[in-house]
Design a protein around this ligand. Structure first.
Ligand SMILES: Nc1ncnc2c1ncn2[C@@H]1O[C@H](COP(=O)(O)OP(=O)(O)OP(=O)(O)O)[C@@H](O)[C@H]1O
Ligand SMILES: [Mg+2]
Length: 464
């Protein structure tokens, strides 16, 4: 295995890159040293790096350590054949180009190669321009793909539709910008934020905006998987790995090949699985339960939690190394009460979103009701707002007092009001009262409760 780094390709006429020539990393895999050297010599002055290997197995090793934009691959190799390796590469989600070369061509092999995902197929002996042209074609197709990606992206940004994120507050605008940048890279992302702040929505948006959008977005809820089956659910299992495993099974990692695996509620992952996950993220390989075989994975990991992972680490419930590995990009979503400017837009959005499917008409929201929505603390964040709108649409009226009651029962189902909630409520009602200079009728209207309820609540605080 050899590496030829060419940080500064000589600027002579002979080796000067042709216009539009790719600044690529190329791996040459051929068992004939003559052919290998010829290709390396031809490519070194034109590319960023050129590596070579004498077999598919050796090539696979090199590929583990480094990304290659293009692999030039001989079909007839000792051990695994070029076409065999190509199939495995595509299955593992390798997205770079592969040009197959062979001295013994027949139509069937050529068809098989192209079906397996080869970008091109070249017969030996070939001349240099023929190879260079094939490489240029690969580059051109990547460029078009990228252009297409950017275009799709710009369009979606103009319409705001691909991200599905509503809101024009400074926070939302900054968040969208972050997503645009983060979508383009392949780093692991950790999404933190209270329940209902949009973590899954953001993860889906990131996937949709990323070059992996052609692959699957596979969500896994770590809290709801059965602990005994968790490992095999994620990594798959071999036939007979455990009682009931009558056939081999692929894990979710496998289904996410070339796409994104979204580990929701990642703080709930047991420590033993955290170790296995760390290996998967670091080595880009998983080992199905009961199998000796390592399976390469090409998956982007996104994880979400509504707990502070930092605190989980400090409490010894979450591996520090995995935490660092996950939070390469750390996105913290704000609770709705910290970007209330977006409430009106969200109400409109949920209304428009929910109405068509339900055969019901949109609601008129009075300014008093809106004022209440703006003052409420939204412990359930955007999801709570969405639920309120949904409920209100069905009932035909926006009943803001429902929030008031649900706040009550959430903190204290069935029992007398808890002190801290009571004081919160008191504080809240007081704020509303202050905003209308103590006018109880007006305050009750703003709160969406009757004046009598307001008075009763006030009486409850004063009683011991
Ligand atoms: N900025 C937003 N624009 C539009 N919809 C939003 C926004 N934020 C959240 N939502 C909606 O709110 C609901 C809750 O979002 P989501 O499921 O992504 O929250 P979460 O953070 O994953 O919550 P949990 O921690 O409870 O799983 C979804 O219906 C989502 O579409
Ligand atoms: Mg969620």
């Amino acid at each position: 295995m050899h590496a030829y780094n060419t940080p500064n390709p000589p600027e002579t006429a002979a080796t000067r890159p042709v216009e539009g020539w790719p600044d690529w990393s190329i791996l040459v895999v051929d068992d004939e040293p003559g052919m290998r050297n010829f290709l390396v010599k031809t490519l070194v002055p034109r590319c960023r790096t050129v590596h070579s290997a004498g077999s598919a197995e050796e090539g696979a090793q090199v590929l583990q350590a480094q990304h290659f934009d293009l692999i030039i691959l001989d079909i007839t190799l000792p051990g695994l054949s070029g076409v065999g390796w190509l199939k495995a590469l595509r299955e593992s989600g390798y997205r770079g180009h592969v040009i197959l070369i062979t001295a013994f061509a027949d139509l069937d092999t050529a068809i098989e190669a192209l079906r397996a995902g080869a970008s091109d197929f070249i017969l030996k002996p070939f001349r240099v321009p023929q190879m260079l042209n094939a490489i240029k074609h690969c580059f051109e197709s990547s460029r078009l793909q990228r252009e297409n990606f950017v275009l799709r992206h710009t369009l979606s940004r103009q319409t705001g539709s691909a991200s599905g994120l509503i809101g024009s507050s400074a926070y939302m605008r900054a968040l969208r910008q972050t997503l645009t940048r983060v979508a383009a890279v392949d780093s692991t992302v950790l999404l933190q934020g209270e329940s209902g702040t949009g973590k899954e929505l953001v993860a889906r948006a990131l996937h949709a905006l990323s070059p992996r959008s052609g692959g699957q977005f596979v969500p896994v809820n770590c809290a709801s998987m059965s602990p005994e089956r968790m490992e095999s659910t994620l990594f798959g299992h071999a036939k007979g790995a455990f009682a009931g495993a009558s056939t081999a099974h692929d894990g979710l990692f496998y289904y996410a090949q070339g796409g994104t695996l979204f580990l929701d509620e990642v703080a709930e992952l047991p420590l033993a699985l955290q170790a296995a996950l760390l290996r998967a993220v670091e080595d880009l390989h998983v080992r199905p339960v009961g199998s000796t075989q390592l399976v390469p994975v090409n998956v982007r990991i996104m994880a979400a939690t509504n707990r502070s992972l930092q605190q989980e680490v400090e409490a010894g419930r979450f591996r520090k190394d995995l935490y660092y590995r996950l939070q390469v990009v750390d996105i913290v979503l704000k609770p709705l009460r910290e970007h209330k400017e977006d409430i009106a837009d969200l109400v409109q959005h949920f209304m428009g979103h929910l109405v068509p499917g339900k055969g019901i008409s949109p609601l008129q929201i009075t300014s008093a009701q809106m004022a209440y929505l703006m003052q409420y603390a939204w412990p359930g964040n955007a999801r709570e707002l969405r639920n309120l709108i949904e409920r209100s649409l069905i009932l035909g009226e926006l009943n803001v007092s429902a929030l008031y009651d649900s706040a009550h029962s959430r903190a204290n189902p069935g029992g007398p009001p808890a002190t801290n909630l009571q004081s919160l409520e008191k504080q809240h009602i007081q704020t509303v009262l202050d905003s209308v200079q103590g006018d109880k009728t007006r305050a009750a209207e703003l709160l969406g409760i009757s004046r009598r309820t307001l008075e009763r609540r006030s009486a409850e605080w004063s009683s011991p």
